[in-house]
Write a protein that binds this ligand. Structure first.
Ligand code: PLP
Length: 375
């Protein structure tokens, strides 16, 4: 049995004709970057998010960078971010000379723990860092508890970014991702729930001023045209061919989200009593970018993975090392609690194959193989 960790080929069969047709159009008109397909995609993304400004860009990392530029983050200022995340969530602060302040996540959802935000703020204060905002991450597909996080941010006068690179398409208390923070960023990296065939990303906001700065920064800080440069920006545009792919994938995205939920439900049933399965926070849905289990305490994860690999079950570890232990990030403040949940998760998590086209037999084989390897 061949099992793909993420099966982009099965998906491509469904969209290939539309993609080929669209690519031909781009080849004919020749507007390769920010062509009419990009404008059309931004409108279509707006239908998903329901927010005013839907700005495509060159990657999820650039989306975060543009969001921080839009919020006018200054060198030396601090931004609270979970340590249990992909590097990009924290990387964008030092890129602007600012400071990531590492905070703890919840054991149940893997997302930023609203109860522990005060301790991150206190650690930053002790280090003499002026915190101006929070980046929450919708890890593995479900939004963080933005109801409580927003309350905290409001109370302390901080802005809030949702790093929804993995969670685009999910909802919290019926509000779609895009509406849960002041600015939301997503990634169209090919393996993401909504992925292109190359790099891409988008920023969503209802704030006209932030949107204007982001649009300007996306093209080298342009003013009335690209040869008037009114601020320092970057090259952060999306190309038309990626917009074609994303448009085709949006046709089947809603259906794929249902299929992903179905796969997750099936895993929860099959894995019951074997390992800790992922749980959703109150009011949250997930786009199930990853299906991440927690192995029993003391499991030798490396040899378990070897055994699964021998049986052709692909797995991945998201994430083996917390950001605050990565060499370039060790200098930055962390919550006084020293992030025990984060450290435990890094040792115990394991991502199983997850995509909308995973077959029932494949899931059964994965679980049987995992169970045998654990015994
Ligand atoms: C949580 C998170 N943030 C940001 C990014 C960055 O996205 P990209 O790879 O498109 O730059 C990723 C991508 O893996 C991610 O998982």
């Amino acid at each position: 049995m061949t099992i793909a960790f993420i099966d982009l080929k099965a998906q491509q069969i469904r969209i290939r004709d539309k993609v080929e047709e669209g690519l031909k159009k781009v080849l004919n008109h020749g507007a390769y970057i920010m062509g009419p397909e990009v404008t059309a995609l931004e409108c279509r993304l707006g239908e998903w998010t329901g927010v005013e400004h839907n700005i495509s860009c060159s990657s999820g990392t650039d989306a975060l960078l543009l969001a921080l530029m839009g919020l006018e983050l200054k060198a030396g200022q601090g931004v609270i971010v979970p340590s249990f995340t992909f590097a990009a969530s924290a990387e964008v602060m030092p890129m602007l000379g600012a400071v990531p302040v590492f905070a703890e996540v919840e054991e149940s959802t893997f997302n930023l723990d609203p109860e522990k935000l005060a301790s991150a703020l206190a650690a930053a204060k002790l280090a003499g860092i002026d915190v101006v905002g929070i980046i929450g991450v919708g890890l593995f597909g479900q939004p963080a508890n933005y109801v409580a996080i927003r309350d905290f941010a409001k109370d302390k006068g901080l802005w809030l970014i949702d790093d929804a690179a993995q969670s685009f398409g999910s909802r919290l208390h019926d509000q779609p991702v895009g509406q849960l923070a002041d600015v939301t960023c997503t990634s169209f990296f090919p393996a993401k729930p909504l992925g292109a065939y190359g790099d891409g990303g988008a920023v969503f906001t209802n704030d006209a001023k932030i949107a204007e700065i982001i649009r300007s920064c996306r093209v080298h800080g342009m003013g009335k045209d690209k040869y008037e440069n009114i601020r320092i920006g970057m090259t952060g545009r999306l190309d038309s061919m990626q917009a074609i792919v994303l448009d085709a994938k949006l046709d089947i995205f809603a259906e794929e989200l249902v299929l992903r939920q179905h796969i997750a439900d099936q895993y929860s049933i099959l894995l019951d009593g074997i390992v800790e399965t992922p749980t959703l926070g109150a009011g949250a849905t997930s786009s199930w970018a990853q299906y991440v289990i927690k192995l029993p305490q003391g499991t030798n994860r490396a040899s378990l993975i070897q055994e699964l690999t021998r049986s052709d079950v692909p797995t991945a570890i998201y994430y083996p090392i917390p950001m605050h232990h990565q060499p370039p990030y060790k200098q930055y403040p962390i919550s006084a609690c020293n992030l025990p949940v984060t450290l435990d998760l890094c040792k115990r998590v394991l991502a199983l194959p997850m995509h909308p086209y995973l077959g029932r037999d494949q899931q059964k084989y994965i679980v049987t193989t995992l169970k045998a390897a654990l015994e």
